[in-house]
Design a binder for this molecule. Structure first.
Ligand code: SF4
Length: 179
């Protein structure tokens, strides 16, 4: 905890000034294009290997919720990941992939193991964010198991604090592409 406070005081405020307009129109167009390209490649793989429908169960195993905000953004009208055949489901029993944010707090350890056991095989696990990938700022402590891989097998880690929606789409693409 002291390490965390030390880092906060040393780092100071990183808040960026709000710019009234997007940096340039070409930045926005390039981002649109990157989302479209990654999404269409993902859809091709989902159509071929998952009969057009890939189901994800999201599990918050102890995150600060910023990773969740980026994951939720995948369902907004801009990213609209459902158009690529990817759906978030309410039960691990309906899921192909578990998308887990961490660090895994001790009181979520048993629940995460049970969620993993309840997911039908074949199943894959994505650890989202630096906390999920390696424990992040919190590491392993009396309250935290650290990385998701310390509790259940992980197939892919998407780093970032938090990772942007485009990075999540690219992560899904890389996992599905190598299955
Ligand atoms: S990786 Fe960053 S945003 Fe995600 S849960 Fe950890 S501290 Fe929060």
């Amino acid at each position: 905890m002291l390490r965390l406070y030390g880092k906060i005081f040393k780092t100071g405020s990183l808040t960026e000034r709000v710019s009234p307009l997007p940096k340039t129109i070409s930045d926005t167009v390039m981002k649109d294009e990157a989302v479209k390209q990654a999404g269409h490649r993902l859809k091709t793989i989902v159509d071929k290997r998952f009969r057009g429908s890939l189901a994800i169960r999201e599990v918050d195993a102890g995150s600060c919720n910023a990773c969740e905000l980026e994951i939720h953004a995948l369902n907004n009208v801009y990213y609209n990941i459902e158009r690529f055949g990817v759906h978030f489901v309410a039960s691990p029993r309906h899921a192909d992939i578990l998308m887990v944010t961490g660090p895994v707090s001790r009181h979520m350890e048993a629940a995460l193991r049970r969620t993993y056991d309840a997911t039908p095989a074949p199943k894959w696990v994505i650890a989202v964010g630096d906390c999920g990938a390696c424990g992040g700022e919190f590491g392993v402590s009396y309250a935290s198991c650290g990385a998701v891989a310390n509790v259940i097998p992980v197939d892919l880690a998407i780093p970032g604090c938090p990772p942007a929606p485009l990075a999540l789409i690219q992560g899904l693409l890389s996992l599905c592409g190598r299955l």
